[in-house]
Ligand binder design. Structure first.
Ligand code: SF4
Length: 493
């Protein structure tokens, strides 16, 4: 790729063209292009961010290193301890040209090659897992950022609500504003920034990878210990002898210890309690309420709302004690039946306080998890090999290892190279965008050199780490050595 000069008259400064993506910006001297990733520096197109090299041994945040300069003395980076990531490496466009860096290395005595690029993804999305039972919105409800539709609520998982954000239809299939908002929200989420989202008919959220979610202005603290039934199963033995009845209030499955199999096995006596809900199996009730922001993800703020009249013939009696608790232990109440079999609130006995604390102790911190999902099975493969399907087969067979900014990726089985990566495992600021709109993500393909050549790899473009650091790339002018990630990219475990 080269910046193409544009003729100009007189002494007017020349704009030059960036051809790193289909937008083909003309960039004035000292200015950056539309994506801020490339600039015109003294009449030359440069990548504005340094290429990030990971060091296996470096502790801390890293340092800038001489790059693409004769100043490099060969001592700065040790090949066996250094991994060139796609972050800051630049993009090949169109794709038939070799990727920006194709780096040879020796790993445990084996000759390896790592093909490094920044890939442009029109087909990409973000999956967000939010550890909460609070009602965020109905499944399928539209998620908005800046008023534009950018995704939807998808299937809830165990103790977590799930969002699906982005995708090609929101990026390119709607209005320009929809595409821009979608791209901006995905970029911010992938780079670890907080994003405010609203859900049609549901909540307003602040979501940030690795941070607690904020639901309608309230910071979530705990992920539930389990559903109401599971909570009964876990703690029934601790409650026995301390209280006559326990009801665990949960939007999905409310549990009742005296009826539940766990209680039956322990010999729990009937209490005559009546739950106003749909009885699924003994001691397990669905739909005790509409979903909401109350106890256990229900709308309930007074747990007695889910109780019907107590049945004397099934064991109800004055003085019977009842603990009602949510699946996080954040809400609880203790009652005693009066002579009219009406529950009267009492202070929670010390012995039961410990059991409620045990529920809370068993809850994990509520977090947002953000996974980037991208399709690497398209034309970017041509920057790796002249026979793209061979790369796909190699990745699917596990012979080629795919990492993103050095972070391990999950590869979906089946056709193509559809991968997911936890954005918190990449160095900060690893993602970019282009205004087509699309996201830019770093990729590295690592495989044995012989296999690379056999798949039709770009043999003539292979360089050693020393050559890469000394010569730089077509656009790259700076380098940064960063500390290792939790998982070393070339290790196979
Ligand atoms: S948007 Fe960025 S990558 Fe694309 S042409 Fe403009 S400066 Fe280059």
């Amino acid at each position: 790729m080269t910046g193409a000069n544009v003729a100009s008259s007189g002494a007017a400064p020349q704009k030059i063209r960036c051809d790193a993506c289909p937008v083909m910006c003309f960039i004035a001297p000292g200015q950056t292009g539309a994506c801020d990733r490339y600039a015109n520096a003294d009449g030359r197109i440069v990548r504005t961010d340094p290429v990030v090299l990971l060091s296996r041994t470096l502790e801390g945040g890293g340092r800038v290193i001489p790059f693409a300069t004769s100043d490099w003395d060969g001592e700065m980076v040790a090949p066996a301890d250094t991994f060139v990531t796609g972050i800051g490496s630049g993009t090949t466009y169109p794709d038939y040209k070799p990727a920006p860096f194709i780096v040879s290395s020796v790993v445990e005595g084996a000759d390896m090659v790592t093909v490094v690029t920044e890939a442009i993804f029109s087909y990409c999305g973000v999956k967000v897992k939010i550890d909460t039972d609070r009602y965020l919105g109905r499944e399928g409800a539209v998620i908005r950022a800046g008023g534009e539709a950018i995704g939807h609520v998808t299937t809830a998982e165990y103790g977590s609500q799930m969002l699906s954000i982005g995708g090609v239809h929101h990026l390119t299939g709607g209005s320009k504003s929809e595409g821009r908002q979608t791209c901006a929200a995905m970029l911010a989420l992938c780079n670890g920034q907080a994003v405010e989202l609203t859900i049609d008919g549901g909540s307003t959220l602040t979501v940030q990878a690795g941070a607690a979610p904020i639901v309608d202005g309230v910071t979530e603290r705990r992920m539930r210990v389990g559903c109401g039934s599971a909570t009964i199963g876990m703690f029934a033995a601790q409650w026995q002898g301390l209280v006559d009845e326990v009801v665990v209030v949960d939007d999905h499955i409310t549990g009742v210890v005296s009826e539940h199999q766990a209680g039956k096995v322990l010999g729990w006596a009937e209490t005559g309690v009546k739950i106003l809900g749909h009885r699924s199996t003994p001691g397990r009730y669905f739909r005790v309420s509409e979903p909401g922001l109350g106890w256990g993800g229900t709308k309930i703020n007074d747990p007695l709302d889910i109780l019907g009249p107590w049945a004397v013939r099934k064991g109800a009696r004055p003085g019977l004690t009842l603990l009602m608790v949510s699946t996080t232990g954040e809400e609880f109440a203790y009652y005693e039946l009066d002579d009219a079999l009406q529950p009267q609130r009492r202070d929670l006995p010390d012995a039961l306080t410990a059991t409620v604390a045990l529920i809370a102790e068993n809850c994990e911190p509520s977090l947002c998890t953000v996974l980037f999902v991208g399709g690497a099975g398209g034309s970017l493969r041509a920057g790796v090999t002249q026979n793209p399907v061979r790369l796909t087969r190699s990745v699917q067979a596990g012979a080629t290892r795919l990492t993103s900014g050095g972070a391990e990726c999950f590869i979906w089985p089946g056709g193509g190279i559809t991968f997911m990566v936890d954005v918190t495992r990449l160095p900060p600021g690893a993602f970019g965008y282009v205004p087509t709109p699309a996201l830019v993500a770093p990729l590295e393909f690592t495989l044995p050199r012989a296999a690379y050549l056999a798949m039709g790899g770009h043999d003539a473009a292979i360089r050693s780490l020393a050559e890469v650091v000394a010569e730089g790339g077509e656009y790259v002018t700076a380098g940064r050595l960063a500390g290792r990630l939790a998982h070393w990219p070339e290790d196979r475990t």
